[in-house]
Structure formats: structure tokens, C-alpha cells
Design a protein around this ligand. Structure first.
Ligand code: UDX
Length: 461
């Protein structure tokens, strides 16, 4: 089939490459010249495992091409995917839909009017939008296209697999039965290999499909904030939140995922989607939901305060001039994304307090010193530790959690460690002489009555 993907950011670039890999002819529409140039060369504009290979294959087979603008020829495609960004609005907590409306208007300008729905192309919304937006898109494209809302649930670092083997595919369909049927049939044809492999396809109305996406992210955020709130109680009592999470997660109704206490969630999706849903809930009078989501957000942000406070206490009365090394700066491992990175915020606050902050990260250093000249960068992990008076593990990259505690101890000036992702085995680090501080966990497996440590006592959030 002939497809366009409008907007080749994270979501669109991966979607376009995946659709070409399924055998479709895909035209990616991207207005950012730098990104367009990299994509056209068959290179991923960001680090995403497996994406380069898909992009190269798409370029080699000629099935994946790019353009800066949608023209009448491009508009002859069977299906147009809307994959533009919907960032948090600079003026509030809701979403900025300006890119979406520009994309919809550009489609409206080139799609011919059609008397019968059978002659219309399909426009498939993948961007995350406030509930009610899909109907507005359908209204703007009335008489030119059928509209489906088909949210995307991909995770960074797993984006290719999540697109080609999703847990589920959601179709938000028009109310009218014949239109819904035709839209479903076309989209089934696009996703035929994925559906044949057994991915469940769920059909529903526009509003439900829009809400499925934001509710999924809000629920994941809630799990993380719940365990982080519990970790404060664990810290106050000598309990171990990692053991607690493992024990509750074995109940199939709770499940083991998204119960890792630490610095909390960041990135380009969870925080902004949570705030977007909170804003929309407030606008529509669902005040209980709005205040609940606001609490999830504030607990999450509190984790950054908590770790900053732990760091300042570990440094003593004056942080000025003290050497701090941050291991891992991206919002999660296997990604070079710094958007709303929790540890980046902590690093900047420590630098503000006068600390000399050195950052090491396997992928996140490019552009960091340009964006934040106050942070020093060091591409070698052991060298980054040289002379440190405090080390903070901020992102649980495997190469960082695999570091040898003894080799690390030999480099630092003071072996004091905040494991802000609870990703290390405390006994390994304490055995090598480190003063270990996790989030809501004692430094060693408890053998006797809980020992209150000065730092742990302060960790009640
Ligand atoms: C998320 C959703 O998972 C995905 O379905 C949606 O489409 C986009 O948003 P992503 O932003 O890639 O994906 O990150 P995710 O893996 O969900 O992690 C988000 C944040 O939560 C990271 O900062 C991570 O470190 C943190 N996290 C995750 C925790 O603090 N604890 C956990 O237990 C899990």
C-alpha cells in the first residue's frame, strides 16, 4: 500500500521504517531539515536499538522515502498517518496541538473532495491527543478522508519491537457503521502481518481510543509514584522497598513491572501525558481524577527533591567546590533522550549549589555541555570517578550497574554512593568499602534490628 507518515520524530520515524519493513511504500514527511537529511541518508536521528537497520533496509529497497512537504502527488496515498509531536504547551499543563493542526490543514489543502466515502483515503491519528481531538480532526477532513485514531504505545529503547509486535492495536473508529467498517478494513490491510502474528485488535469509538493511550501512561506513572511513596515509608522504618516490590509484584493482579523505586519517571511521554490528562479531566469536571493525577505528578517530582537533598547532606554543610560524579544522565537506559530527565535535574541543582559536577553516560553526552555548560562530561566511566567525593547512579545502564565496586573505589576521593535507581546490589558495594545509600532500602540485607543511618532518616518524602 502507499502510505505517508506525517511527522518523523520518535514515533513517526519508527512507524515509517516499520511500515516499509512490512512491505508498504512509505513517504515520511518531516519539516526539520537536519532530521530530514539524516533520515534520507538512512540514519536514525536519535539512538534507538534496531532502528538504523530498518532505515537502511527501507532506503535500499526504495520503499522508504522522505519529503519536506506534502504535495498533491503524495496525497494520492491510501493511508496518511499523523505522527506529529503534541508537546506540553509552554503556557500550561495541556497539550500544544499546533503541529497537529498544521498537519491536518496541509492534508485538507491537498486531499480532493470526494462524494462517496469509498473513494476517500484513510487518515490515521497516532499522536497522543486530548480526548475530543479525533472528532475535531474528522470534522476538519469531512468529505475528504475517513479518520481513525490508532494510538501508539511504544517505549523508547524498545520502539521497533513494540511497533512490529505490539501487545494490542487500538482502533478508534467513526460512529457510522459503513464508514467504521471501511476504515477498519483498510487499517487491517496495513497491519495484516502484525494481526496475522496474533496481535489483538481492539475497536472502539474515538473518545475511548484517545483515553486508552493517556490512561495507560497515567496508570504506569501511578505505579511508579505508588512505589516511590512507599519507599519513603520503607526508609523511615528500615524496610526494603525492593524486597517489598518483589513480594507484592508476585500477585498476578499487581504484576512485577513499573515498581522500581528511585528517581521517578521522566522522558518525553509519561510526565506530559499525565499532565495533559490532568488538565483535560479538570476541564471536563472529572475533579477526582484531576487531583489524583496531580498527586502522582507531585510525588514524582518530589523524588528529585529527595535525591538532591540526600546528595547535599552527603556533601556536608557546604557543597561549593565539592566534586560530584553522576553516572547516567538520560531519562532511562538504552536511550540518548534527555527530555525531562530526573537525574539531569538533580545534576543541575547540585551545580547550582556550587558542586563541581562531572557526568558520564554511554549515549547521553552529545550536546550536553552545549545545553548545560555548567556540567563537565567524561566519556570514560572510571575516569569520571577520579577524585569524586560523591557518586550518584542516575540511570541504570547495564555497563554502569556492571562496574566493579573495587575499581570504582580506587578512583574516588570518598567512596560515598547514592544509588538513585536502586539498581545495584548494596552488599557488593559496601564490601568494597562504599557508603551505600539507596532509595528506601538499607545498605545491607537486614540481619538484625534496623539500623537507622543518618542519611536514611532524612529520606521521608
Ligand atoms: C512510556 C510508556 O511506557 C510507553 O508505553 C508510551 O508509549 C510512551 O511512554 P518511555 O517514555 O519510553 O515509554 O519510558 P518507560 O520505559 O515507560 O519509562 C518511563 C520512565 O519511568 C523512565 O524515566 C524510567 O526510568 C521510569 N521508571 C520506569 C521508573 O522510575 N520505575 C519503573 O519501575 C519503571
Amino acid at each position: 500500500m502507499r502510505l505517508t507518515v506525517i511527522g518523523c520524530g520518535y514515533l513517526g520515524a519508527v512507524h515509517a521504517a516499520a511500515m516499509a519493513d512490512l512491505g508498504h511504500h512509505v513517504l515520511g514527511v518531516e519539516t526539520d531539515p537536519a532530521r530530514l537529511e539524516r533520515l534520507a541518508r538512512g540514519e536514525a536521528p536519535f539512538y534507538e536499538p534496531g532502528l538504523d537497520e530498518l532505515l537502511r533496509r527501507g532506503a535500499r529497497t526504495g520503499r522508504l522515502r522522505y519529503t519536506a512537504a506534502l504535495d498533491a502527488a503524495a496525497a494520492r496515498a491510501d493511508v496518511h498517518f499523523l505522527a506529529v509531536g503534541t508537546p506540553q504547551s509552554p503556557s500550561g499543563r495541556g497539550a500544544d496541538l499546533s503541529h497537529l493542526w498544521r498537519a491536518v490543514d496541509s492534508l485538507a489543502a491537498v486531499l480532493p473532495r470526494c462524494v462517496h466515502p469509498d473513494g476517500m483515503p484513510l487518515v490515521v491519528g497516532k499522536s497522543t491527543v486530548p480526548v475530543g481531538t479525533a472528532q475535531q480532526v474528522a470534522d476538519r477532513l469531512a468529505g475528504r478522508a475517513l479518520v481513525v485514531w490508532n494510538p501508539e504505545f511504544l517505549r523508547e529503547s524498545m520502539a521497533v519491537a513494540d511497533t512490529l509486535s505490539p501487545d494490542r492495536i487500538v482502533y478508534g473508529l467513526p460512529d457510522e457503521t459503513a464508514r467504521a467498517e471501511r476504515a477498519r478494513t483498510i487499517l487491517d490491510e496495513v497491519y495484516a502481518p502484525i494481526l496475522a502474528a496474533g496481535a489483538p485488535r481492539l475497536t472502539m469509538g474515538y473518545q475511548t481510543a484517545e483515553l486508552v493511550k493517556t490512561a495507560a501512561n497515567a496508570f504506569l506513572a501511578t505505579k511508579i509514584s505508588f512505589i516511590n511513596a512507599m519507599s519513603a515509608l520503607c526508609a523511615a522504618t528500615g524496610a526494603d522497598v525492593t524486597v517489598l516490590a518483589d513480594a507484592i509484584g508476585r500477585d498476578a493482579r499487581i504484576g512485577p513491572h513499573f515498581l522500581r523505586a528511585g528517581l521517578g519517571f521522566g522522558g518525553g511521554c509519561l510526565p506530559k501525558d499525565l499532565r495533559g490528562l490532568e488538565q483535560r479531566a479538570a476541564e471536563l469536571g472529572a475533579n477526582g481524577l484531576a487531583s489524583f493525577l496531580g498527586r502522582v505528578d507531585s510525588i514524582n517530582r518530589g523524588q528529585r527533591d529527595r535525591v538532591t537533598q540526600m546528595a547535599l547532606e552527603a556533601l556536608g554543610p557546604d557543597a561549593a567546590g565539592r566534586a560530584v560524579t553522576i553516572l547516567g544522565i538520560t531519562f532511562k537506559p538504552d536511550s540518548d533522550d534527555l527530555r525531562d530527565s530526573p537525574v539531569l535535574e538533580v545534576a543541575l541543582r547540585l551545580a547550582d549549589a556550587g558542586a563541581v559536577v562531572t557526568v558520564h553516560d554511554p549515549r547521553g553526552l552529545a550536546g550536553l555541555s552545549r545545553l548545560h555548560p555548567v556540567l563537565r562530561t567524561q566519556p570514560d566511566a572510571l575516569r569520571a570517578l577520579e577524585g569524586a567525593e560523591l557518586v550518584i547512579l542516575g540511570t541504570e545502564w547495564k555497563e554502569l550497574t556492571d562496574l566493579d565496586p573495587e575499581a570504582a573505589a580506587a578512583r574516588v576521593a570518598r567512596p560515598v554512593l547514592i544509588d538513585a535507581r536502586n539498581a545495584l546490589t548494596p552488599s557488593r558495594w559496601t564490601a568494597a568499602g562504599w557508603d551505600y545509600h539507596g532509595i528506601g532500602r538499607p545498605s545491607e540485607p537486614r540481619r538484625s534490628a534496623p539500623r537507622r543511618r543518618a542519611l536514611a532518616g532524612t529520606m521521608v518524602g
